[in-house]
Design a binder for this molecule. Structure first.
Ligand SMILES: Nc1nc2c(ncn2[C@@H]2O[C@H](COP(=O)(O)OP(=O)(O)OP(=O)(O)O)[C@@H](O)[C@H]2O)c(=O)[nH]1
Ligand SMILES: [Zn+2]
Length: 345
């Protein structure tokens, strides 16, 4: 397809003959009475790939993938992977067809990220997710606790349940790492690939059933290996997306939703993250996202920034009440507080 989304406009789409015949839209007909609902699985340069589920009844159209653009009436409102939308226009699934998104259903959750901690421009990465799956290798590359802590803050702030997935257990025993995160009570799954197969994949699948889960992790942690293990036809599925969106291959610049086999949930794969800017998280709320430390703030002076000499958290951590990772967690918290207030991280 050589035409870019910007080459189209609303009228361009409206004149396409609909399968029901081209009855002219009259002013007194309710707007979009013929809209169908779908789920956005990929976004690429103004084009949205939307799954429209099979409708009710025997004569219903089957499930189909539709390419859509945003109707002008939605203005600058962003649409992201995970959004539930209403569409009009060519929703037949015809590869050359183009539908138009006319309504965005209110979101149940929003996962945001800013480029850095002071950048006022935040990006919504994914809508409507239930769970944030934080993928970290136990070795090669080494775990990055500060990135994990940031992801945890992002998950708590967005109201998503965090899940830690620790990969490459064949390279390093997970006991020490798990011990340090135990006080947080974050659920975890340990995985490894090797001659005996893919260990941990079943345990992970169990945690994904019936949910929309966003996978994040920095490059090389084994996220693609996991996703391909969970969704064996992930390549094919993305292939379909590519056909529909008309690009050569899925560039890793945006998220894509993949369905778990058996229609048992969605895995949303995101490009590898190097950082996770948290400019959108209220400074005063950050401590609440460190539940292992928050309990130690009762002795803090009033209005404590938790990054000052009088802060009671040092004593709390020194007494061991925040567990073996207390010192590293406190460092994470303070780096985050400093970064958020514009000081270097
Ligand atoms: N030893 C070992 N290697 C693994 C495991 N899982 C993945 N790898 C290897 O780690 C490397 C990186 O894996 P990927 O799945 O490509 O990692 P990714 O996180 O998707 O990285 P990007 O594609 O760069 O975002 C590959 O060489 C994998 O074969 C594991 O459990 N054990
Ligand atoms: Zn304090």
């Amino acid at each position: 397809m050589s035409r870019k989304a910007s080459d189209y406009d609303e009228s361009d789409v409206r004149v396409r003959p609909s399968r029901r015949g081209s009855r002219p839209r009259s002013k007194d007909r309710p707007a979009h009475e013929d809209a169908v609902s779908g789920f956005v699985i990929a976004v690429d340069r103004g084009r949205y790939t939307v799954v429209i589920p099979r409708g009710p009844g025997r004569k219903a159209a089957p499930e189909r993938l539709v390419t859509a653009m945003k109707a002008r009436e939605l203005g600058r409102k962003g649409i992201v992977v995970g959004d539930d939308v209403d569409l009009v226009g060519d929703t037949s699934g015809n590869p050359d067809g183009l539908a138009r998104i006319v309504r965005l259903t209110p979101r149940r959750s929003v996962l945001r990220r800013s480029a850095d901690d002071t950048d006022p421009v935040e990006r919504v990465i994914v809508a409507n997710a239930d769970q944030l799956v934080i993928v970290s290798a136990l070795a090669n590359p080494e775990p990055r606790p500060r990135l994990i802590d940031r992801c945890l803050v992002a998950a708590y702030d967005a109201g998503l349940d965090p899940l830690l997935v620790l990969t490459k257990a064949d390279l390093k025993d997970p006991t020490e790492f798990l011990g340090s995160y135990a006080p947080l009570g974050v659920p975890h799954v340990v995985t490894s690939t090797g001659e005996s197969g893919f260990d941990g994949l079943e345990a992970l699948t169990e945690r994904l059933i019936g949910r929309i889960s966003v996978f994040v992790g920095h490059s090389g942690v084994g996220k693609s290996t996991l996703v391909n293990g969970l969704v064996p036809d992930a390549h094919r599925a993305t292939g379909i997306v590519n056909d529909v969106t008309g690009r050569g291959r899925h560039t890793s610049s945006s998220a894509v939703a993949l369905r778990l086999p058996g229609d048992e949930g969605w895995v949303i794969d995101t490009p590898g993250v190097r950082s996770f800017g948290l400019a959108h998280v209220d400074l005063g709320r950050i401590i609440q996202h460190f539940p292992d430390l928050e309990a130690g703030t009762t002795q803090c002076p009033r209005g404590c920034s938790h990054d000052e000499e009088e802060c009671a958290l040092d004593a709390w951590v020194a007494s061991g009440q925040a567990g073996p990772a207390g010192a590293s967690r406190l460092e994470s918290l303070r780096r985050l507080l400093r970064a958020r207030s514009g000081e270097a991280d």
